[in-house]
Design a protein around this ligand. Structure first.
Ligand code: CUA
Length: 226
């Protein structure tokens, strides 16, 4: 969950999110270097009374600052495409869950089991002893760790968006459409998210709570629905 004064992403709990954090950090380094280099150039030019002949009209420097950015852009585009395609790859899901956005709560269906479907409402602050204000739900989405999980997302009324930052997933829940994403949770824990598409007056009050547990716990939980 988010914490006060944190300037970075939430701790990752999936390989996909690790890729995204790596790509973000890498791009930040590139941006910082470009800013410093361009800044130094401007200081350099200004301190020569805007009459530096090398930087303002010189064939070599023109060639360099045309060719060099091409390679910088390539070095950003390639890892970006790699992460994009990895996140989109369906692999072989061992379990499929369906998340349906309603005004204003989520409902979940476990398509591999006959009877598991339930609604997930936010718990009001006064009813929950938790520190996770506006994030706690009455029923959480229980999922197994170390398994390929497919999430199918759709909306029942308007567009919502199913998002869990530490798992690196976000997909619009569009009525009449089914969006798909893959999750692989590599540690047990509770991961929170919120609806991320303005969907009406209670948009802020339809949180997502994922409870990741080892497979044996998950099987026990699933059996308890019969
Ligand atoms: Cu549902 Cu915003």
């Amino acid at each position: 969950m988010p914490t006060w004064s944190s300037l970075n992403f939430q701790d990752s709990a999936s390989p996909g999110m690790e890729q995204l954090i790596f790509f973000h950090d890498f791009t930040m380094i590139v941006i910082t270097l470009i800013t410093v280099m361009v800044g130094l150039n401007m200081v350099f030019i200004c301190s020569y009374n805007l009459t530096n002949r090398f930087l303002l009209q010189e064939q070599l420097v023109e060639i360099v600052w045309t060719i060099f950015p091409v390679f910088i852009l390539l070095s950003i585009a390639l890892p970006s495409l790699k992460a994009l395609y990895l996140l989109d790859d369906p692999f072989n899901p061992s379990i499929t869950i369906k998340a349906v956005g309603h005004q204003w709560y989520w409902s979940y269906e476990y398509s591999d089991f006959p009877d598991i479907e339930f609604d997930s409402y936010m718990l009001p602050e006064e009813n929950s002893n938790s520190i996770a204000r506006l994030l706690e739900t009455d029923n959480s989405l229980v999922l197994p760790t170390f398994s390929q999980i497919r999430v199918l997302v759709t909306g029942a009324d308007v567009i919502h968006s199913w998002t869990v930052p530490s798992l690196g997933v976000k997909a619009d829940a569009v009525p009449g459409r089914l969006n798909q994403m893959m999750m692989y949770i590599n540690r047990s824990g509770i991961f929170y998210g919120q609806c991320s598409e303005i969907c009406g007056s209670n948009h802020s009050f339809m949180p997502i709570k994922v409870e990741a547990v080892p497979m044996s716990y998950f099987v026990n939980w699933a059996m308890s629905f019969n």
